[in-house]
Design a binder for this molecule. Structure first.
Ligand SMILES: [Zn+2]
Ligand SMILES: [Zn+2]
Length: 244
């Protein structure tokens, strides 16, 4: 077994000599075998959200009082999930990483992001309370166009590390909606309504589910997924996103 590890490391360093890896963000060469796609310096520049968080969407609050612990974007809003956690804000390096991952197919960056998400989840959430991990599904035509579901890549890394069962095919996106970001905020809820369906409802009965996605924008998509899961009998629904 040890020999296999040594062989792997030898192979990795040989590849590094032949094909030096460089960071997709700053172009510096990457020498650390733990990193791929983006270098450690760039990834460490990601500003992680710090507590207190908005109790509805996970956005960091400047300060929380006992009477109001939701952010200005969530005031008066109703979401179907029980709690949302978001690792950072959709700016700077986080935004750059998500764009490279999602629109330029740099899947290695996705691995880096999922590692950061996993660490954040362990720090701010009780892992024992999750029975099942899933990803926000893409409609089959979108999946065909993009070639991969970014949320599923993130969720897959997290569930493998936590050894928690996953379900990637029991919630389907049956409506090919317009991209949420193309729509004004007030139209997003309606656009996403009835976009998801459970294949086997009993699968979610009494389970606490964690749904993973890359970005929490208005929360409409995650809330609609949560509504369908709750309708299928899920006990609790939590969400984890890289950015809010
Ligand atoms: Zn870099
Ligand atoms: Zn909020």
């Amino acid at each position: 077994m040890l020999d296999l590890v040594k062989l792997k490391l030898f192979w990795r360093s040989l590849i590094d000599i032949l094909y030096p890896r460089s960071c997709l963000i700053c172009s510096d060469s990457i020498n650390d075998s733990l990193y791929d796609g983006a270098c450690r310096d760039c990834l460490e520049k990601i500003n992680l959200n710090v507590t207190p968080f908005c109790k509805k969407c996970g956005f960091p609050l400047k300060s929380a009082t006992t009477t109001d612990s939701s952010c200005s974007k969530c005031r008066g809003k109703l979401y179907y999930f029980d709690r949302a956690l978001s690792v950072s804000q959709y700016t700077g390096i986080t935004r750059r990483c998500i764009q490279l991952f999602k629109y330029r197919r740099k899947l290695k960056i996705g691995k880096n992001l999922s590692r950061i998400m996993l660490r954040f989840l362990k720090e701010h959430f009780s892992i024992d309370s999750i029975d099942l991990i899933m990803a926000v599904p893409l409609h089959r035509s979108k999946l065909k166009e993009r070639g991969f579901n970014q949320a599923e890549i993130l969720a897959d890394f997290i569930r493998l590390n936590l050894k928690i069962p996953a379900s990637f095919d029991n919630l389907k996106r049956v409506k090919n909606t317009l991209s949420q970001y193309q729509l004004p905020l007030e139209k997003r809820q309606l656009n996403i309504k009835d976009a998801f369906e459970c294949t086997d409802k009993s699968f979610f009965a009494m389970k606490s589910v964690l749904i993973v996605d890359d970005i929490f924008t208005t929360g409409a998509t995650l809330s609609e997924c949560s509504r369908v899961l709750k309708d299928a009998g899920a006990k609790k629904v939590y969400t984890l996103t890289m950015a809010r």
